[in-house]
Design a protein around this ligand. Sequence first.
Ligand SMILES: NC(=O)c1ccc[n+]([C@@H]2O[C@H](COP(=O)([O-])OP(=O)(O)OC[C@H]3O[C@@H](n4cnc5c(N)ncnc54)[C@H](OP(=O)(O)O)[C@@H]3O)[C@@H](O)[C@H]2O)c1
Length: 281
Amino acid sequence: MRVLVTGAGGMLGQAVVRRLSGHELVALPRAELDIADPMSIGRLGVGEFGKFDWVVNCAAYTKVDLAETEREAAYDANATGVAYLGQACHDISARLIHISTDFVFDGTAERPYVETDKTSPLGVYGASKLAGEERLRGLPNVWILRTSWLFGPDGPCFPRTMLRSHRAGKQLRVVADQRGNPTYTGDLARSILQIVENDPFPDLYHVAGPETMTWHEFAGLTLAAAGYDVEIEPINTDDWPTPARRPAFSALDSGKALAAGIGPLRGLEATLPEFLQLLPN
Ligand SMILES: NC(=O)c1ccc[n+]([C@@H]2O[C@H](COP(=O)([O-])OP(=O)(O)OC[C@H]3O[C@@H](n4cnc5c(N)ncnc54)[C@H](OP(=O)(O)O)[C@@H]3O)[C@@H](O)[C@H]2O)c1
């Protein structure tokens, strides 16, 4: 298959490039393809990069807190850019895999969210990502994967922050009243590979790690996997104010994806050691 990866310089983008290396890949970071720039995306739409069987969109504005004051930048990449990309894929008859987020939900559910649950983002980032999903509606051959709490060796992420803070001698205080599914980029990339190779029904799918936990528990498991025995102080969301509100409970039910042959993703017992091994020193 000939596959284009957009946002190829990002944390997920790099994992996807590694995992899809058996296919004919064109990996374009933002400097080479800006999905929010009509001139740039126009080159894709007229076939300047060639024909593609699949396009995997890993490009996004992902700064959750900054988005509150950079609303336009968030919507440019996450909504307008996604609409441009969707149209360009349609024009060159490429199938599109697009990544979305658990932050489309407000976190008031009492069981993991399924694809048909009502969306109600709490902040600009989640709203811009939801707008991106909506801009793809009606286009054929689009797979939207909502994922959550991504971590991987190729970019800044929560476990890296925990390790760096601990190694810098900081006393760790971590939020213990928000729950979600940590998801390893390598495993999400494998799910994307499964879609490319098996061509399941194009639809909206939740694809996240199998365990629901708090950030406090995630921090503890990360440090334990790295061989540290550390006391981590549990705190509440109110003790760690941030510009953007976050859902208190954003676990995703990946059952529909599993039934379509996408997954399963592995738990932290398997993924944290792999992550730690791949982490640059
Ligand atoms: N990280 C998480 O916890 C998480 C959770 C749920 C869902 N997601 C979703 O997962 C996907 C991948 O996220 P990630 O963690 O890999 O994010 P990331 O590391 O921030 O990567 C995003 C990449 O997109 C690039 N980009 C931004 N605007 C662009 C544009 N207009 N055109 C082309 N490229 C552009 C960025 O380049 P610059 O750095 O140069 O701007 C960056 O390389 C995103 O759709 C995100 O919304 C992430």
